[in-house]
Design a protein around this ligand. Structure first.
Ligand SMILES: NC(=O)c1ccc[n+]([C@@H]2O[C@H](COP(=O)([O-])OP(=O)(O)OC[C@H]3O[C@@H](n4cnc5c(N)ncnc54)[C@H](O)[C@@H]3O)[C@@H](O)[C@H]2O)c1
Length: 395
């Protein structure tokens, strides 16, 4: 018999809506599941979002105060999908109430906040997950298999970048992502975190880094209400200061000796959502880019004079793809990755299995972020120190 899992969603913006749709779609996408997700309560400070939660998503109820949702007895699992700086109090309350917690990345806006959330979860012994959704792309899972099985030989270099245009218009609104007290850090929290999690997933731990940062658009129009970061103001609108970084790059050395380069920006003009990696080994190479989510570029070293990169299309021969569409080269998209991660998280909760990436892996990511931040100050290479290891025995 399948287990009912009551869900609370804290913040019904972009990702709150995506995860809520997962709960609605999982029964038809994954009939083999061991659980039945129930959208119990949505918390949002905006009245129109609370109305949509019930009317459009079918939540049993919605509330303005997230504390009420977190402690509700009919809730088993809490999705934290509010702006970054709200993550930790929400997670600590959910842990204290003994609920499983799935938090959107990066978990807080500063590295030590991620560590605090991790410690709260360890102390409470609750099941955790973090929304590094791109790791669940079927072709990324395939790439990981190819690397792990030695198909590329020894990995010598990794190139990761996440170049998004969401902040490239200087009339783009000053939403929470640009403010220290709501987002914490800028692109290092928002999108370098995705690139680092991908690199750790594919190639392994990062040992040392040196980085640089820049803020290219210093002021933006002020929004009214819960505006999207894709929203646009007018030239005559009052403006406010951008308080965190638009651009961050780093050089790194992996523990296995491979070298790496990373670049992330929210203001470059041209690449619209280029969350991409290139992995180079002694026998071959791979390249993937979110803008072409259903294509993996694969190079194999041969003596054949017509060798070169081949395009491997996504299809139901790769993990999870067939849940959405059968056959080869029939495309899947962004929210399908969210459905996969939500299914795997809930299945592991229902069956008592393990789930990764959880809060422990989120600490691995911010340990790299902290070293990058330290290098901005020291202007030199910094070792990556496991931030969770600062308290013995907690990991
Ligand atoms: N994994 C991904 O690909 C991905 C993509 C986008 C965002 N994110 C992450 O998801 C989180 C949310 O980002 P978003 O783009 O969905 O933001 P958003 O601005 O679209 O939505 C945030 C929602 O939280 C609500 N909110 C604000 N304060 C609240 C409070 N006190 N209580 C309850 N609700 C409150 C807002 O009204 C809004 O509905 C962030 O941590 C972000 O880093 C992840």
């Amino acid at each position: 018999m399948s287990r009912r899992i009551g869900i609370a969603v804290l913040g019904l913006g972009w990702m709150g809506q995506a995860h809520s749709r997962s709960a609605l779609r999982i029964p038809s996408l994954f009939p083999q599941r061991s659980f039945d997700p129930v959208l119990v309560v949505c918390a949002d400070t905006e009245a129109d979002r609370r109305e949509r939660a019930v009317a459009d998503f079918g939540f049993e109820r919605s509330v303005a105060d997230w504390q009420e949702a977190v402690t509700a007895p009919d809730v088993d699992a809490v999705w934290v999908t509010a702006p970054n700086m709200l993550h930790v109090p929400m997670i600590e309350a959910a842990c204290a109430a003994g609920k499983a917690v799935f938090s959107e990345k990066p978990i807080g806006g500063k590295p030590q906040q991620t560590v605090a959330a991790y410690r709260a979860a360890v102390a409470a012994g609750v099941h955790t997950g973090v929304g590094y959704n791109y790791l669940w792309a079927p072709l990324v899972l395939h790439a990981r298999e190819l690397i792990a099985s030695g198909e590329l030989g020894e990995i010598t270099h990794y190139r990761g970048h996440f170049l998004s245009m969401y902040g490239s218009d200087e009339l783009g609104l000053l939403t929470w992502r640009f403010l220290m007290d709501q987002a914490g850090y800028g692109v290092t929290s928002d999108i370098l975190s995705h690139s680092v999690s991908m690199a750790q997933f594919l190639v392994g731990p990062i040992a040392e880094v040196v980085g640089m940062r820049n803020t290219t658009i210093p002021r933006r129009p002020l929004p009214t209400g819960a505006a999207s970061h894709y929203g646009r103001g007018r030239p005559e609108d009052p403006t406010g200061e951008v308080e965190n970084e638009d651009f961050a790059s780093m050089l790194c050395r992996f523990s296995n000796g491979a070298t790496g380069t990373f670049e992330t920006s929210r203001t470059m003009v041209g690449p619209e959502s280029r969350n991409a990696f290139e992995v180079y080994g002694t026998k071959g190479a791979l390249a993937w880019n979110l803008e072409r989510i259903n294509e993996l570029q694969y190079y194999r070293l041969t003596t054949d004079p017509s060798s070169g990169y081949t395009t491997v299309f996504g299809g139901d021969r790769f993990p999870f793809h067939g849940a959405f569409v059968p056959g080869q080269a029939n495309a899947i998209g962004f929210e399908d990755l969210v459905a996969i991660e939500d299914f795997c998280f809930l299945e592991s909760l229902a069956t008592g299995g393990s789930f990764s990436p959880g809060f422990s892996e989120a600490v691995d990511v911010v340990s790299v972020q902290q070293a990058v931040i330290d290098s901005w100050e020291s202007r030199t290479w910094e070792p990556v120190v496991d931030l969770a290891a600062e308290v013995p025995g907690d990991r």
